[in-house]
Design a binder for this molecule. Structure first.
Ligand SMILES: [Mg+2]
Length: 409
C-alpha cells in the first residue's frame, strides 16, 4: 500500500480547525488533527508546503519510521507548529492502520485497560451562587469530577469563567479565542487571586461535601513561591489537581512548589516534546501529564511518555478543550483507554456546527467517555460541510497588569 494523496483542510465550524487527510492507493483514508489555536495557518502551511509532498508514495503502515523521518529529517526539531503537523500525520496513519486491520486504534495499542475513561467537566461563576448553579449543571450532565474557575474581585476579565462575553456566542470557557485581527486584552492581579481562590474552594467543599473531585487551573500565571502559597492554602480542600500553577517552560519552578505543598500538580498542555516533561516525571515533580496528542506529535510519542510515566506513578490528564478537534480528542481517548496509568480526561463537548463537520464515534455516559469500536479513530470528516465554514481569524486573549506590563495569559 502507498500514500497517494495528502490534503490539508482549514475549516471554522464555531472555531478554526486544521485537518490532514491521507489517502492510499487502495482508497483507504486516514485523518489527523493539526489545530494550533490562534496560529492555525502556520501549521496548515507547514503541512502543505513542506510535509505533504514527502508523504507521497510512502508506505502508510510505517508509523514509527514516518514519525522519526518527519522529526529528524527536518533538522529543526520540536516547536508547536512542527509537532502539530507531525501529530496530524501520525494520527492519520494510526487511523489508516485501524481501518486496514478492521480494529479500533485502542486495540492496536494493546486493548482496553478499563471499561471507559472518566472525564471532568467545567464549572465557573462570577459569584458563589452562579458557581454552585454551574457545578449542579455539570453534576446533572453526569460529570463525576469538576474543574472550578471563578471570577475574582478586582479582576475584570479572567480565564475560564463562562459568564464573560464571547463574540461568536460560544461559552468563553469553551472557546476563549476571539474572532478578529487583534487579541483581546484582559487583566490580572496575582494578590487578589491568591486571596480569593481559597475562600471559593472552602465554600464549594462546604456546599458539595468532601467526596467530589475538584480541579483548578492556574493558567501559568504565578511565580513558584506564589504557586506554593496557593497549593498550601488549597490543601484543606483536597484538590484532585492544581493545573499549570507556574509557566510550564521553567521546569525548575516545580521543585520549589513541590517542596511546599502536597496538592497534586498537573502540567504539560503547552509541551510538544518528551524533553519538555521527562525531568518532571523522573523527579516526580508532577502527578498528571496534561499534554495533548495534537500538540505533542501524535499518539506515538504520547504513548512513549505515558509508558515512561507509569514507572513513576504519574498518570494521564490529557488536555481536551474544544481546540483539540474531535480527531485529536479521539486519538488521545484511544490512548487513554489502553494505558494502565490513565488518570482523568478533560472533556468539553464540541459544538453542533463542529459535529456537522466531524462525525464523532465517542460516547459520554454517566461521566465516562468511550471512543467507540469503529475501525481506526472512529471519526469521519465531512469535506462538503467543512467547505461551508471558511477560516475566520481568531486570537487567544493576552494579559496586562495594572501598570500596563504584559503578563502570562
Ligand atoms: Mg489548562
Amino acid at each position: 500500500m502507498r500514500i497517494e494523496k495528502a490534503e490539508v483542510f482549514v475549516t471554522s465550524p464555531s472555531r478554526n480547525f486544521v485537518t490532514l487527510r491521507i489517502t492510499t492507493d487502495d482508497g483507504v483514508t486516514g485523518i489527523g488533527d493539526a489545530t494550533l489555536n490562534g496560529r492555525e495557518l502556520a501549521v496548515a502551511t507547514y503541512l502543505q508546503e513542506h510535509v505533504c509532498q514527502l508523504l507521497l508514495d510512502k508506505d502508510p503502515s510505517t508509523i514509527e519510521d514516518t514519525w522519526q523521518f518527519l522529526y529528524r529529517a527536518s533538522y529543526w526539531r520540536r516547536g508547536p507548529v512542527t509537532m502539530a503537523a507531525i501529530a496530524a500525520v501520525d494520527m492519520a496513519l494510526w487511523d489508516i492502520k485501524g481501518k486496514v486491520a478492521g480494529l479500533p486504534v485502542y486495540q492496536l495499542l494493546g486493548g482496553a485497560s478499563r471499561r471507559a475513561c472518566r472525564a471532568y467537566g467545567h464549572a465557573s461563576g462570577r459569584d458563589l451562587e452562579h458557581l454552585f448553579d454551574s457545578i449542579r449543571e455539570e453534576l446533572d450532565l453526569g460529570y463525576t469530577s469538576i474543574r472550578v474557575q471563578t471570577s475574582v474581585p478586582g479582576i475584570e476579565k479572567l480565564y475560564g469563567v463562562a459568564a464573560q462575553e464571547q463574540s461568536t456566542g460560544e461559552r468563553y470557557d469553551f472557546e476563549p479565542a476571539n474572532r478578529g485581527t487583534q487579541p483581546v486584552e484582559e487583566d490580572w492581579d496575582t494578590r487578589a487571586y491568591l486571596r480569593h481562590v481559597p475562600t471559593v474552594f472552602e465554600a464549594v467543599r462546604n456546599e458539595f461535601g468532601p467526596e467530589l473531585p475538584l480541579l483548578h487551573d492556574g493558567h501559568h500565571r504565578m511565580t513558584p513561591r506564589e504557586a506554593a502559597q496557593l497549593g498550601k492554602s488549597l490543601e484543606p480542600f483536597d484538590l484532585y489537581w492544581l493545573e499549570d500553577c507556574t509557566p510550564a517552560e521553567n521546569q525548575e519552578a516545580l521543585r520549589l512548589v513541590r517542596q511546599h505543598t502536597t496538592t497534586p500538580l498537573a502540567i504539560g498542555e503547552v509541551f510538544n516534546s518528551v524533553y519538555d516533561i521527562k525531568d518532571l516525571i523522573q523527579e516526580q515533580l508532577i502527578d498528571f501529564v496534561r499534554c495533548a496528542s495534537t500538540h505533542f506529535g501524535g499518539i506515538t510519542p504520547l504513548r512513549k511518555v505515558m509508558n515512561f510515566a507509569e514507572m513513576y506513578q504519574v498518570r494521564s490528564g490529557f488536555h481536551g478543550p474544544t481546540d483539540v478537534s474531535p480527531i485529536g480528542f479521539a486519538a488521545q481517548l484511544h490512548l487513554g483507554l489502553s494505558i494502565h496509568n490513565y488518570g482523568l480526561q478533560e472533556y468539553m463537548p464540541h459544538s453542533r456546527l463542529t459535529r456537522e463537520v466531524f462525525h464523532e464515534g465517542l460516547t459520554f455516559e454517566n461521566g465516562y467517555l468511550h471512543p467507540g469500536d469503529a475501525p481506526g479513530l472512529g471519526v469521519d470528516f465531512d469535506e462538503t460541510a467543512a467547505g461551508r465554514f471558511p477560516y475566520d481569524q481568531a486570537y487567544l486573549p493576552y494579559n496586562r497588569l495594572a501598570d500596563g506590563t504584559v503578563h502570562n495569559w
